[in-house]
Design a protein around this ligand. Structure first.
Ligand code: NAD
Length: 321
């Protein structure tokens, strides 16, 4: 069995590696070659923790396994990350555990890869202005991966807690791009691509603030009740998602569907666009929206690459198990 400790992950994978791995598994999902198993998420009644599993199997890559983890709100006070996760991979031929991989950085990288894929396939090719709503841990990863997809010339940002926007400013500086903290009217009025990555439970962006031709990557809504944009925006957009079942239950689409503004049949898996069975964006004026809810197969895909790299570079810790 291979062990890839959390600290080793950063040196093994680039955002581009993660994008390629996640793109492949999204394509496999749309071909029904890969599927996610039902998600388990429980409040364990100890340390205020939420704990669960996301798991699945990809018959094309033979990635089989699960990500186990959750949220421990008291961790920060102990100098630990509140979100904790570990990926377990299994040999699809024998069922033996083949690898254990630290999952914290992988989660950020695979989430950023998903929105970057949506930008690659759905945003207008002439997109120049990138808007981001949210400035927490995930936001920097989101931004770095997005900036690789189009020739963005400037970044606009908004966050409920404005002092956190320094994180976005820092990434803009890394890429030598101008950054401005703006109000939502300006963000929506000027951005060609908007990423939302917050833990909001009520809509932040209003329909009147989004202009035709925008691509939105809504990444923060991954739980029942969370919401980042008006249901009217979702209703007006062509909506793409990683997995339709999750989008309907825990994604941004849950609200538009509950209000009868959107039907299940309106949702398109992004894998269909990758596979070429759906055209994706068909006009410069269309609003496209990616409802990225986060699936276990993304975790397995990037963890598998980390293991392969560790083995090739003789950096893997191997134990008999
Ligand atoms: P974080 O705690 O580091 O940051 C939270 C962000 O949300 C900050 O920008 C904060 O200012 C903002 N925020 C908090 N409460 C808000 C409110 N009521 N209204 C508006 N903004 C608010 O979290 P993070 O690690 O950056 O994750 C952000 C979100 O992304 C979380 O909701 C998380 O569950 C979600 N997430 C989604 C996926 C996925 O695959 N889709 C993966 C990982 C995380």
């Amino acid at each position: 069995m291979i062990i890839v400790p959390e600290e080793a992950v950063a040196g093994l994978l680039t955002p581009a590696d993660c994008l390629a791995a996640v793109e492949k598994v999204f394509a496999s999902m749309a071909k029904r070659s890969a599927y996610n198993f039902p998600v388990i998420r429980e409040s364990i009644g100890h340390a205020d923790a939420l704990y669960g599993f996301k798991s699945g199997f990809d018959r094309e890559s033979l990635a089989l396994g699960l990500k186990s983890g959750g949220f421990w709100p008291g961790n920060a006070a102990r100098g630990l990350t509140n979100h904790q996760s570990t990926v377990f991979l299994f040999d699809a031929d024998t069922g033996r555990c083949s690898a254990v991989v630290g999952g914290n950085l992988l989660t950020a990288l695979r989430t950023a890869a998903a929105s970057a894929i949506s930008i690659k396939y759905l945003s207008r090719k002439d997109s120049k202005v990138l808007g981001i709503i949210g400035a927490g841990h995930q936001s920097a990863f989101q931004l770095r991966a997005a900036l690789e997809q189009r020739s963005f010339e400037r970044i606009l940002g908004w966050n409920l807690h404005p002092e956190m926007l320094d994180r976005i400013r820092g990434v803009a500086r890394e890429h030598d791009l101008p950054f401005e903290a703006v109000e939502l009217d300006r963000l929506g009025g000027e951005a060609d691509v908007i990423i939302t990555i917050t833990s909001s439970f009520s809509p932040i962006l209003k329909a009147s603030q989004v202009r035709p031709g925008t691509h939105l990557a809504c990444m923060g809504t991954d739980t029942k009740g969370k919401q980042e944009v008006d249901a009217e925006i979702v209703a007006a957009a062509t909506v793409f998602t990683d997995e339709i079942a999750q989008s309907l239950t825990i994604g941004e689409a849950q609200h538009a569907v509950a209000r009868g503004l959107l039907a299940e049949a309106d949702l398109v898996e992004i894998g269909a666009v990758i596979n070429g069975t759906h055209p994706g964006r068909t006009s410069q004026e269309q609003i496209t929206l990616f409802d990225g809810t986060g699936v276990g197969l993304q975790d397995l895909a990037v963890a598998s690459v980390a293991v392969d790299r560790a083995v090739k570079r003789n950096a893997a810790v191997e134990i008999d198990f």
